[in-house]
Design a protein around this ligand. Structure first.
Ligand code: ZN
Length: 262
C-alpha cells in the first residue's frame, strides 16, 4: 500500500515522495475551501494545506539531516495524509544520538513558529481583526499550525517523537529492549486514552483514527525490535560456540537453527 507513491524531487540525497492518497486530502481541502469562500477560499485552503505540508517536510528534514550527521542513511521522506515519515536505516542506540535526531524534528516547527510570531502574534490571539485569506490570516494559521505540530509530536506516545525521547531517557537506565517495552506500553495506554477523548469528547474521528494507527505502529515496531534482538542473541550464541571449538575435543552441538513460531 505504501508503494503507491509519486516521487517529487531529491534533496540532500533524500527522495521526497507523496502517497497517492495525498491527492484525496488536497481535493478534500479544495472542497472545504470552496464551500467557505468559493474560488478565493479554495485557493487559500489548498495553498495553506500545501504550506502546512512544507512544514511537515521541513520537520522530517530536521530528523533526517541530523541522522545523516550520525552516518545514518535516509532513503526517502514519504508524505501521507496523516503526516510525514522519514525512512532511515536503524538509528544509533546511543541515547544522546537518538535524542538529538528525535528532538530536531519538533525543533524545526518551533523555529518556524518563532520566525512567524513576531509578525502575527496579535492576529494569532485575536487582538486585531484581519481579512480572511490575507497574508496576516495565513501567517496566523502558520504560527498556530507549527506550535501545535511541534507540541503534538512531543506527546510521549511511542513511536511519535515524544515517545522516542521517553525511550532514549529510559535507555539510560534500562536495557534497550526493556526501555522500548515501557515506552510502548505507556504510549499505547496514552494512545487509547487520547483516541477515546478524541472520539467521545472532541468528536474528532480523524484524531481517533490517527491514535489507533499510532497504537498499531507501536506494537509493530516493538515486535520488529524483539525479532532483531533474538536474531542478534542467536548470532552471538553461535559466535560463542564457534569460538570455543578449538578448546574442546569433541565438536560442539550445532545450535538450533529455527526461530519464530515453528
Ligand atoms: Zn518527528
Amino acid at each position: 500500500m505504501l508503494g503507491w507513491s509519486i516521487n517529487l524531487f531529491r534533496l540532500f540525497g533524500i527522495q521526497l515522495a507523496v502517497h497517492v492518497s495525498f491527492l484525496l486530502l488536497l481535493a478534500y481541502y479544495a472542497w472545504i475551501g470552496w464551500q467557505e469562500g468559493r474560488w478565493a477560499g479554495m485557493f487559500w485552503s489548498v495553498g495553506f494545506i500545501t504550506l502546512f505540508f512544507v512544514c511537515v517536510v521541513l520537520h522530517e528534514f530536521g530528523h533526517s539531516l541530523t541522522a545523516q550527521r550520525y552516518g545514518v542513511s535516509v532513503r526517502r521522506i514519504l508524505l501521507l495524509p496523516i503526516g510525514g515519515m522519514a525512512e532511515m536505516d536503524q538509528i544509533p542506540r546511543r541515547p544522546s544520538a537518538e535524542l538529538l535526531i528525535t528532538v530536531a524534528g519538533p525543533a524545526v516547527n518551533f523555529v518556524i513558529a518563532a520566525l512567524v510570531i513576531p509578525f502575527a502574534w496579535r492576529e494569532m490571539i485575536g487582538l486585531v481583526p484581519f481579512e480572511a485569506y490575507s497574508t496576516a490570516d495565513t501567517l496566523a494559521h502558520l504560527g498556530w499550525a507549527n506550535l501545535v505540530m511541534g507540541t503534538f509530536n512531543l506527546l510521549p506516545v511511542f513511536p511519535m517523537d515524544g515517545g522516542r525521547i521517553f525511550r532514549a531517557v529510559l535507555a539510560c537506565y534500562l536495557p534497550y529492549l526493556r526501555a522500548t517495552w515501557w515506552a510502548v506500553t505507556v504510549g499505547r495506554t496514552l494512545a487509547l486514552v487520547f483516541a477515546g477523548l478524541a472520539l467521545f469528547y472532541f468528536d474528532n474521528a480523524m484524531a481517533a483514527v490517527l491514535f489507533a494507527f499510532i497504537f498499531m505502529a507501536a506494537g509493530a515496531e516493538y515486535r520488529m525490535l524483539l525479532q532483531r534482538e533474538q536474531e542478534a542473541a542467536y548470532w552471538a550464541e553461535l559466535a560463542r560456540r564457534v569460538a570455543v571449538v578449538p578448546e574442546v575435543d569433541e565438536s560442539p552441538e550445532p545450535p538450533l537453527l529455527r526461530r519464530g513460531p515453528n
